[in-house]
Design a protein around this ligand. Structure first.
Ligand SMILES: Nc1nc2c(ncn2[C@@H]2O[C@H](COP(=O)(O)OP(=O)(O)O)[C@@H](O)[C@H]2O)c(=O)[nH]1
Ligand SMILES: [Mg+2]
Length: 260
């Protein structure tokens, strides 16, 4: 067998390498912490820890930057990054996008936390901006559901319930009854920090600043692209409107713009 044939045979066994996301579709890359129930157990406050949230925001920023995303959203141990349909990142190769995004998240989180942690990754596809808005609503509803459940679970545990007792108490309990359970323990769910109930959004925003140019002796306005981290996201229709605006046409110039 000639070397070139052998080589081609080996390449052909890289079976999934040719798999690409369809051109023109919106992609959302979602990474999720691997075994974070155990990872967070000994290290962070329950159900929510501001330090853990900061690590997730740092990780989301790394993903938004490296993947050149339009919008990133984080809740619990997951991060979603919306990619433009014209995005040609890694030739839209599924293997590349999934493995590199998991690598970026794992490296950024580990670097900031100083403890090794791993993320998995997957790609969601949408045909339209409306689909992306539905996706965003879905993840935010998940954030609210998990926050309510997490607060109930840890309130019961802190009141002395075992793992099984707390889990059983919350099975088949409606959202209204969970709110009531918290209320009886002196917690008003609607008054808990918004970032816990609604998640955190990140996007690039143009910021104008007036400075003085000492050489020319004139005031100059500079505009530069800065990361915006929103810990007070709106919800439901107002959140849908925000995401619609953020992923709208022309929302993301690739590089910072400077005007004189
Ligand atoms: N202690 C703590 N745990 C958190 C926090 N945010 C998320 N988690 C936990 O991270 C886990 C995420 O869920 P999931 O991905 O389904 O679990 P995994 O498969 O173990 O990673 C849940 O057990 C959450 O309670 C936090 O701020 N503090
Ligand atoms: Mg996880």
């Amino acid at each position: 067998m000639r070397w070139s044939e052998f080589e081609a045979g080996q390449r052909a066994r890289e079976w999934f390498h040719g798999l690409t996301a369809p051109v023109g579709q919106w992609m959302v890359v979602r990474v999720d912490g691997r075994s974070f129930t155990r990872f967070t157990e000994e290290r962070f406050d329950k159900p929510f820890d501001a330090g853990f949230s900061r690590l997730m925001v740092e990780t989301a920023q790394a993903l938004l930057t490296e993947l050149d995303g339009r919008y990133a959203y984080t809740e619990s141990d997951e991060i979603s990054v919306v990619l433009d349909p014209r995005h040609d990142l890694f030739g839209r190769s599924v293997e590349k996008i999934v493995s590199i995004s998991a690598g970026i998240a794992s490296a950024a989180f580990t670097h900031t936390a100083g403890t090794p942690a791993h993320f998995d990754s997957r790609i969601w596809l949408g045909a339209s901006a409306d689909d992306v808005v539905d996706y965003a609503s879905w993840r935010q509803a998940d954030a609210t559901r998990c926050a309510l459940n997490g607060w109930c679970y840890w309130t019961l545990r802190k009141a002395g319930a075992t793992r099984q007792e707390a889990t059983r108490r919350l099975e088949r309990t409606s959202a209204a009854d969970k709110n009531e359970l918290l209320f009886q323990h002196g917690i008003n769910f609607t008054e808990l920090p918004a970032w816990q109930r609604r998640g955190i959004g990140l996007w690039w925003a143009d910021r104008s600043r007036v400075g003085h140019d000492p050489v020319r002796g004139v005031d100059v306005t500079t505009t530069r692209r800065e990361l915006h981290v929103e810990r007070e996201l709106p919800m439901k229709d107002a959140y849908r409107d925000l995401v619609t605006r953020l992923i709208g046409e022309g929302a993301t110039p690739r590089h910072p713009v400077t005007a004189g």
